[in-house]
Design a binder for this molecule. Structure first.
Ligand SMILES: Cc1cc2nc3c(=O)[nH]c(=O)nc-3n(C[C@H](O)[C@H](O)[C@H](O)COP(=O)(O)O)c2cc1C
Length: 221
C-alpha cells in the first residue's frame, strides 16, 4: 500500500500501563511546504515567531507539592493532571485572543490524553516534549545524587540528542490524535534533540508542523 508523506501506518500511542490512553491511529500528513522554525526562548510564556503563545505546562523544576495553599500544582505536576491542564488552558484562552500552544511533559503515561485536555481547554496547538525527569548520576565520593547544588539534590530534566527517539514517539502519538480525532485542525510543534535539518525532517515526517531547538543552541554558541 502506498502512503502519503508522514504516514507510517498505525502509529501507536506511547505504552499505556492502564492510564486510560487510547492507541492513536496513524500519523498526521503534513502538507505545508515551508515549515516555520520557532525558537524556544526558555520562557514559560514566550512569544514565538508565529505570534502565538507557548504555554509551558511541563517545567520539571517547579515545586511539587505546592508550598502555599493558593498553589495547587505547578509546572510538570500541572501538566500531569489532565483536569487541571484543561482548566489552565481555558483560563488562558479566556484572557487572550492570540492562539497558544500547550507545551506538554513527556513524563506522563499518555501524552495524547494530556494533548486532548489542552485542546478541550482552548489551546490552538500542542508542543512536545519538555525535558525528561532524570538523575544524571551519583557522585561516588559524596554519595549524593546529581545534579547537586550546595548539598541539595533534585531530579533534573534530560534533553538533547538522547531524548530524540522519545520525543519522536510522543510527537507521533500527538499527530495521530490530532489527525484521527480533530481532523488535523490543530498545530503541533516538535521538540527534543533537534540538532540538524535531518532531525527536523524526521519530526515533520511524523506529523509536526514545525520544530523547536533548545539545548543545541547552548552547545553551538
Ligand atoms: C537549560 C534549559 C532551560 C529550559 N527552560 C525551559 C523553560 O523555561 N520553559 C520550557 O517550557 N521549557 C524549558 N526547557 C525545555 C526545552 O525548551 C525543551 O523542551 C527541551 O530541552 C527538549 O529540547 P532540546 O532537546 O532541543 O533541548 C529548558 C531546557 C533547558 C536545557
Amino acid at each position: 500500500m502506498s502512503r502519503g508523506k508522514g504516514e507510517i501506518g498505525r502509529g501507536e500511542d506511547e505504552h499505556d500501563d492502564g492510564g486510560g490512553g487510547r492507541g492513536d491511529d496513524g500519523v498526521k500528513t503534513n502538507d505545508s511546504s515551508s515549515p516555520s522554525l520557532s525558537l524556544s526562548l526558555s520562557l514559560s510564556l514566550s512569544l514565538s515567531l508565529s505570534l502565538s503563545l507557548s504555554l509551558s505546562l511541563s517545567l520539571p523544576s517547579l515545586p511539587t507539592p505546592p508550598k502555599k495553599p493558593s498553589e495547587r500544582k505547578m509546572g510538570q505536576a500541572m501538566g500531569q493532571d489532565c483536569a487541571l491542564l484543561e482548566e489552565v488552558s481555558a483560563w488562558v484562552a479566556a484572557k487572550t485572543k492570540l492562539p497558544f500552544w500547550a507545551k506538554l511533559t513527556p513524563n506522563i503515561t499518555s501524552v495524547a490524553d494530556a494533548g486532548r485536555a489542552a485542546l478541550r481547554g482552548g489551546a490552538r496547538g500542542l508542543a512536545a516534549i519538555n525535558t525528561i525527569n532524570s538523575i544524571s548520576g551519583v557522585d561516588l565520593e559524596t554519595l549524593r545524587p546529581q545534579p547537586c547544588v550546595e548539598g541539595a539534590t533534585t531530579p533534573g530534566g534530560y534533553s538533547g540528542p538522547a531524548v530524540k527517539p522519545i520525543a519522536l514517539a510522543k510527537v507521533a502519538a500527538l499527530a495521530g490524535m490530532i489527525k484521527s480525532e480533530k481532523g488535523g485542525k490543530f498545530d503541533l510543534s516538535g521538540i527534543g534533540g533537534v540538532e540538524t535539518g535531518a532531525d527536523a525532517a524526521e519530526f515533520l515526517l511524523l506529523g509536526a508542523d514545525n520544530v523547536q531547538v533548545c539545548v543545541i543552541v547552548f552547545f553551538s554558541s
